[in-house]
Structure formats: structure tokens, C-alpha cells
Ligand binder design. Sequence first.
Ligand code: HEC
Ligand code: HEC
Ligand code: HEC
Length: 273
Amino acid sequence: MQHRFILGAVLGLLIMPALASASDDIDGKALYAKNCASCHGANGEPTDMGKSLKPFPARNHRAIAKYVGRDELRRIITYGVEGTAMTPKKYALDALEIEAVIDYIQTFDYTPSLANGKARFKAVCISCHGTDGRAQTGVGAKNLVYSKLDLEGIVHTMRYGRAGTLMTSKRHQLSNPDIADIANYVYSLRYLANPASGKTLYAKNCASCHATPRAIKLIGNAAEKRTVADLDDRLLDLRIRHGRHVDRAGEKVAHLTDDNIQDLIAYIRHEVK
Ligand code: HEC
Ligand code: HEC
Ligand code: HEC
């Protein structure tokens, strides 16, 4: 056992891609049934015993299978979660067996409920992110409608929070199904910037001074070496709305809404790569 574990760990470090196939012939489902199902349930839904555990109940695997990455699962399974009934499994399972268990967890499926996501978002998130997710509440929360995070990223932010900000971990406040539902709801709020409408806005408000997005020159020290493509969305937004051209372009810029700016940025990105 010990020998296989060390071999597995070495393999894991040296040839990660080979690992997934190396674990193919290990029965992850059987290992899961034997080592995990008493708390997490055979199908990933916690058992009554699992739900009654203190200080924290066993968590639902169905609802995280598609949203929590392999590395994170491996870390939790290998080392456990201190102070909970989730003890380290590295003594019971070797590295390849852990990969096989993860493979099995990743076959679980979950159908998110946007209605529940909306209700839970309202209960837990709007005090900072606002009813519409646009975060105009004055506490420095991020605008979720323009977020670039994928579902996994949204889930990760909810699970662990952002150190040193008001965005604290919600992992013990919310069940995994709630987290999955909220993440899908947040994702559904996303504003889909429209480069075609950006093009129209550009022709009307910008082209009189910058014939095309390529013709925009940046102001400042590094201006010679950089183009608008080097600015992220937030900086570009700031420069369009508050940059030095505003004293001249003021009227053309002042009436633009947040969504207009997103459309403009989408158009500029389309033209300047
Ligand atoms: C004795 C009960 C018990 C057994 C057996 C058990 N777990 Fe857990 N597990 C827990 C508890 C309790 C938690 C919640 C810990 C916490 O709140 O951070 C947990 C959390 C987890 C998590 C993190 C879930 C999340 O949403 O953060 C994973 C992944 C996990 N277990 C996998 C496994 C696997 C795989 C096995 C079998 C190899 C296993 N567990 C066996 C009780 C158990
Ligand atoms: C107490 C205030 C507060 C609450 C409540 C709160 N957040 Fe946040 N959230 C923040 C702050 C502040 C940030 C910005 C953190 C930073 O600077 O990186 C943030 C950032 C985020 C981000 C990252 C967005 C990105 O693009 O980087 C996501 C996703 C998020 N929150 C989702 C949620 C969800 C979902 C809830 C409810 C379950 C929630 N937040 C509840 C304050 C809050
Ligand atoms: C009335 C003329 C005028 C209009 C209209 C105008 N700009 Fe500008 N803009 C300027 C000038 C002048 C500069 C300074 C750089 C230069 O000399 O080209 C500038 C600079 C910029 C910069 C770089 C800012 C910085 O801080 O580095 C961006 C980005 C930009 N404009 C975008 C836009 C967009 C998008 C629009 C339309 C919404 C627009 N501009 C409309 C005149 C204008």
C-alpha cells in the first residue's frame, strides 16, 4: 500500500496526463461505496447520518461535481477538512484510487434551479451586490453582470470568498445545491455585450475624433508602446468615461450608459486585437 502510494505520488508529479488513464482500471464506484457513501450517500446526496454530523454536515457531491475542479477535490479528499468528520483519505486510498474516486464523483449530475438561485441570491447577496447584481450599493462589491468569471470561478468565489474583502466564504452558510443554483442564477444575469450596437455607438460618438478604434492613442508614459488592447475592461471604461479626452469629448461620453460602454468595449476589442 505504502509503496503504491509513493509510486502514485511520483507518477502524479511527473506525468499528470497519464494518471487519468492509469486509474481507468480501478473501480472508483466501488471505492466510493466503501469509503464515502456512508456519509455522502451512494449517489452523492448525503445520508441522514451524514447530514447529522457536527460541526458541519457531509456535503452534497452531485451539486459540486461539475463546478469544483479536480485539483480542489483531490486536495480535500487527500488531506481532509480539519476539525470536521472529513478526515484525510490518504491513509485509506492511494493516489491512483483517489483519482478513480474523483472520476466517479465527476459522473454525478445535477439540474440547477434558477428559481431557488434567485430566492437565495435575494436572501444572501443583494445587500452588497444589489437586486440586479450590478453592485451599486456603495460597499465595493463587484458588478456581477459584467463579471468575466465562468461558473467554476463564481462557485469558487462563493466557496472561499476573497481574503481581505467583504466577500466572505459562503460555504457554511449555503448548501452545495444552493451554491450551484445561485451560481447559475448569477451567470444568467450576465450582460451580453453587443459589438454591433457598439459599432453604431462608436460611429455616433467617437468617430469624429478617432476615425477607428485603431486610431485611438493612449495618453501617458507608456503610451507609445501600448494600445487599447493592453487595457483591461475596467481601465478602458475608466479612460473612456474619465480619461483626459473628457474635457473635449464630454458631451459625447456623458450620456453613455454602463451597458453602452460594455458594447463599445466589445466593438473596440473586435477591431483592435
Ligand atoms: C464520516 C463521514 C464522511 C466520510 C466517510 C467521508 N466524508 Fe467527505 N465530508 C464529510 C463532511 C462532514 C464534510 C464537510 C466538511 C466541511 O464542512 O468542510 C465532507 C466534505 C467532503 C468534500 C468537500 C465538499 C465540499 O462541498 O466542500 C469532499 C470532496 C469529500 N468530502 C469527499 C469525500 C470522499 C471522496 C470520501 C470517500 C473517500 C469522503 N468524503 C468520505 C464527511 C465524510
Ligand atoms: C457583505 C457584502 C457581500 C455579500 C453579502 C456578498 N458579496 Fe460577493 N463580493 C463582495 C465584494 C466586496 C466583492 C469584491 C471582492 C474583490 O475585491 O475581489 C465581491 C465579489 C464577488 C464575486 C467576484 C466577481 C468577479 O468578477 O470578480 C462574486 C462572483 C460574488 N461576489 C458573488 C457573491 C454571491 C453569489 C453572493 C451571495 C451568495 C455574494 N457575493 C455576497 C461583497 C459581498
Ligand atoms: C471631441 C473629440 C473626441 C471624441 C468625440 C472622443 N475622443 Fe477619445 N480622445 C480624444 C483625444 C484628443 C484623446 C487624447 C489622445 C489623442 O490625442 O488621440 C482621446 C483619447 C482617448 C482614449 C485614450 C485615453 C487615455 O486616457 O489614454 C480612449 C480610450 C478614447 N479616447 C476613447 C474614445 C471613445 C470610446 C470615444 C467615443 C465614446 C471617444 N474617445 C470620443 C478626443 C475625442
